[in-house]
Design a protein around this ligand. Structure first.
Ligand code: GLC
Length: 399
């Protein structure tokens, strides 16, 4: 079967409806709930051929927004299956995830304008981004903190080994135990971000902040279109402030690094986070050129036969084979990462390199199916099956 058709079928098959809210689960077998950034990916894909379903995906996310503006990273629409992710209040987690909502909303609008829909979600969007900027940056330094690695969507990435006190060769089980302990600490301080960050885990992550910059710009477009001058000013101002702070505090040796603690100690583990800022245009043309030539396309670091490694092969923590065939962010290739890099490359005009990422993505799906992640050296699939992120190949085009 044609891979693109299979992608649309998978999204349809994973579609669920609870209490009048429609959403798509990432994998029926492994992830039977709604996840925040996953749903934004689904919305971006669906925007191309089923805008009503794309809009539903965002409406259901916003339906569980907290009073302070937070949007939880998981909504347990039908509880009782998985206990592992039971973090926080009734029915949802108390963490968030990379803030792709405004990008998804603008993408839906770009392809299929619907002013009423944008108007209906605008207050929720604005209060979510205000929450991130006000609550996750208590010192007004313009870098947004995460309180747990799971908020970055890259649950066991070695970027977070130092703040978690994890060794490079830590097992999946031991890593999960560290994250579970952190969730207990987060719970004990009632998910109060300032307390959680100061006492337990305070990371200013590169992909998270990059995604925020690009999403604030999308929010700026939405606010401008709806003629909300204040919102437009807020969004554009903070996009600029964060981009500048990233340059001042997270940029060293030609690349961006995530940082930890009050003093921004750089977390010097080479991961795909170096490439994330391409997505928001945060490198100059010549910096991007060096990065693409000497890192992205370098077989000794990131460029593997079957895809881009999420961790450089030079890192002690690199493990392309993953863990016991489960998911891992310690090297395997992930489709969302391919998508961010694809979009970043196109932004800088690297058409050939972007097409190569798309071809490799399709080849992985053809070889191993819609798996959660893939061994970049062999192309073997790992983790969940029937995982929706593969459908992002539908948005790997220059339309
Ligand atoms: C895994 C991924 C996370 C994703 C979730 C649901 O935990 O690491 O990014 O949101 O699965 O697909």
């Amino acid at each position: 079967m044609n891979i693109l058709r299979e992608a649309t079928r998978l999204l349809e098959g994973n579609r669920r409806m609870t209490n009048g809210y429609q959403y798509t689960i990432p994998s029926a077998e492994h992830y039977p709930y709604q996840w925040l950034w996953d749903s934004c990916f689904h919305a971006v894909i669906l925007a191309q051929y089923d805008p009503e379903a794309a809009r539903a995906e965002l409406r259901s996310l916003l339906s569980r927004q907290f009073a302070d503006g937070m949007i939880p990273h998981i909504i347990y629409w039908s509880p009782g299956i998985l206990h592992l992710f039971r973090w926080g209040v009734e029915g949802t987690s108390s963490l968030t995830q990379p803030p792709m909502l405004a990008y998804a909303a603008w993408e839906i609008h770009r392809r299929n304008p619907d002013k009423k829909f944008l108007e209906s979600i605008y207050p929720g969007l604005l209060s979510y981004y205000k929450f991130l900027i006000e609550r996750r940056d208590p010192r007004d330094h313009h870098l947004i903190g995460v309180i747990n690695p799971d908020e970055t969507g890259e649950d066991n990435s070695p970027r977070f080994d130092a703040p978690l006190s994890a060794a490079p060769d830590i097992s999946y089980k031991d890593h999960l135990a560290l994250r579970t302990k952190l969730v207990d600490e987060n719970t004990a301080c009632n998910f109060n971000a300032e307390m959680c960050m100061r006492n337990f885990f305070w990371v200013k992550d590169v992909p998270f902040n990059t995604i925020l910059v690009e999403n604030l710009r999308a929010l700026g477009h939405i606010a401008s279109f709806l003629k909300h001058g204040d919102g437009e000013h807020f969004a554009n101002l903070h996009a600029e402030l964060i981009a500048t702070a990233m340059r001042d505090c997270l940029f060293e040796g030609g690349v961006y690094w995530s940082a930890t603690g009050a003093d921004y100690a750089l977390l010097k583990v080479a991961t795909w986070a170096h490439f994330a800022p391409l997505f928001a245009g945060l490198y100059s043309t010549s910096e991007a050129d060096t990065l693409v030539r000497f890192q992205l396309l370098n077989p000794d670091t990131f460029y593997a036969p079957h895809g881009i490694r999420t961790v450089s092969k030079q890192e002690l923590s690199y493990r392309g084979e993953g863990y016991d065939n489960g998911f891992s962010w310690r090297g395997p290739t992930w489709m969302a990462v391919h998508w961010f890099i694809y979009r970043g490359l196109l932004r800088y005009g690297y058409k050939k390199e972007a097409a190569d990422i798309r071809d490799k993505s399709i080849a992985l799906l053809e070889k191993s199916g819609f798996r959660e992640c893939f061994n970049p050296e062999t192309g073997e699939g790992q983790g969940a099956r029937g995982f929706t992120w593969g459908a992002l190949v539908l948005d790997m085009n220059d339309g």
